[in-house]
Design a protein around this ligand. Sequence first.
Ligand SMILES: [Zn+2]
Ligand SMILES: [Zn+2]
Length: 166
Amino acid sequence: MHDHAGHEGGACGADHAAATMARAEKLCRDRSLHFTKLRHDVLQAVAETGKPMGAYDIAERLSGPERRVAAVSVYRALDFLTENGLVHRIASRNAFVSCAHEHGAGEGLVFLICRSCGGIDETTSPEIEAGLGRTLERAGFRPASRILEVEGECGACHGRQGDDAH
Ligand SMILES: [Zn+2]
Ligand SMILES: [Zn+2]
């Protein structure tokens, strides 16, 4: 399902999900936060999918004949997970991806979003970070987040289509 083997930092599929859940459990223990069943399930759904998911998709996935999960509850769980750096919101998709990294405070992120396969690579760029820092300083702007999103075509999709695609 996942074609991103060649990508940097590509902790994918089951490994990624397991690493994400382990990190979440440790983080909640360390900070004395309640890792409720819903928070757990929401994070697991996002981590296992490995693609950006909207709150409604998550609610649907968690709902079954015996359990009805409302999108509003999912949003609350996502707020918690976002605040604690366990998921990131992809603004351009209004969707969420899980994160298995340890980020420093205020660390800038770059998301490379593939339009063909829907895959998202999360990376950091000290070069962009330094340049962005200078730009913000010049503008006297205090950022609430430092997340950049770049849409295009990932290396795997690009390679598959060859040079004469279009
Ligand atoms: Zn992250
Ligand atoms: Zn792709």
